[in-house]
Design a protein around this ligand. Structure first.
Ligand SMILES: Cc1ncc(C[n+]2csc(CCOP(=O)(O)OP(=O)(O)O)c2C)c(N)n1
Length: 322
């Protein structure tokens, strides 16, 4: 990561952090709708991966999708409008938090079906193969998704075909409210796929420099036809499973301990030490992120509700005559 990339990644992580915190407050005020899963604490994975991708690289996400969308380049005001159910939202406000799509920027979709986008991402990777270009497909999923049958089916076909698919597991140690050790005996997701012989690595996902470095290598390999690959990022979600989860099933991380592993503060310390920016400039980047989030909220509040006729048109494809 160089100085320019470092600033961009820092800016992206602050935008995600403040977006998620603001969404939490809006949810409590009943201004955003539906179930909200925050990616607070996991910003390093989204930014370290997506900021290296092009618009023609496909990204798929799951239920914890806001950070991936923002990092992939979806306009934050339109993401916010989507969460508020407004017409200027990415999907006219009809999809909501778990169905963010922005084809222009290569965000091909998020889903609430755990692991549901893993085989669909393989479809995008296969399409790139058939087109003969060097685009890749990236799919984000949690460690819980690995127990779904279609996860193994996808790895089997992807390795058989040598597809340019990069699987990015955000292993935060929990599947919903369940500790990993309560649903599997295999500690590392990268070990689950070992028999298929694909390139795989487990890294500290709270170290965005490590994410950048490992994903950069994986991306280059996938572009030259060495896919599929699996990157397991060990990370920590600061929030409960969903907004409103009292999270009584786990112990809160101590504030001073979190400060040491927080991906944003870590990059800030590194950037200041490396002379990329001073502490004033880092503070200005954060302030800019806060202002952009507020602008997104104002934009979303101004946006009209979607038209009722559009709702029927978008929900029922090819309507049958009554
Ligand atoms: C197919 C399917 N089964 C079950 C659920 C209920 N569910 C929602 S999130 C979740 C666990 C997800 O865990 P993980 O993939 O590790 O993601 P995390 O929430 O930890 O980020 C489950 C089981 C679902 N949404 N879809």
């Amino acid at each position: 990561m160089n100085e320019v990339q470092g600033r961009d990644v820092l800016d992206t992580m602050w935008r995600i952090r403040h977006f998620e915190e603001r969404v939490g407050r809006l949810k409590r005020a009943d201004e955003v709708h539906g179930l909200i899963h925050s990616s607070l604490g996991q910003e390093g994975v989204a930014a370290g991966v997506c900021r290296q991708l092009r618009d023609d690289d496909a990204v798929y996400s799951g239920h914890r999708a806001h950070g991936h969308a923002i990092a992939k380049g979806a306009p934050m005001d339109r993401v916010m409008a989507e969460l508020m159910g407004r017409d200027d939202g990415l999907c006219h406000g009809l999809g909501g938090s778990m169905h963010l799509v922005d084809v222009e920027h290569g965000l091909m979709g998020a889903t609430g079906v755990v692991g549901g986008n893993v085989p669909i991402a393989l479809g995008s990777a296969l399409a790139a193969q058939l087109r003969g270009d060097d685009a890749v497909a990236v799919v984000f999923f949690g460690d819980g998704a690995v127990q779904a049958g279609h996860f193994n089916e996808t790895i089997n076909l992807a390795t058989l075909w040598g597809s340019p698919l990069i699987l990015v597991c955000e292993n935060n140690g929990f599947a919903e409210f369940t500790l990993r050790s309560a649903h599997t005996v295999v500690e590392r997701v990268s070990d689950v796929v070992a028999p298929y012989g694909l390139t795989r690595e487990t890294i500290d996902g709270n170290d965005v420099l490590a994410v950048w470095d490992a994903f950069g290598r994986f991306l280059e390999a996938a572009r030259r036809g060495a896919g599929p690959l699996l990157l397991e990022c060990l990370t920590h979600r600061l929030s409960g499973h969903y907004e409103g989860d009292p999270a009584k099933y786990r112990e809160a991380i101590a504030q001073d301990e979190w400060q040491q592993v927080d991906p944003i503060l870590r990059l800030q310390r590194h950037g200041i030490g490396a002379g990329w920016f001073g502490s004033d400039e880092a503070a200005a980047i954060e302030a800019g992120a806060v202002a952009q989030v507020e602008a997104a909220v104002a934009f979303a509040r101004e946006s009209p509700w979607p038209d009722e006729a559009l709702i029927a048109e978008m929900v029922y494809a090819g309507a049958v005559d009554a």
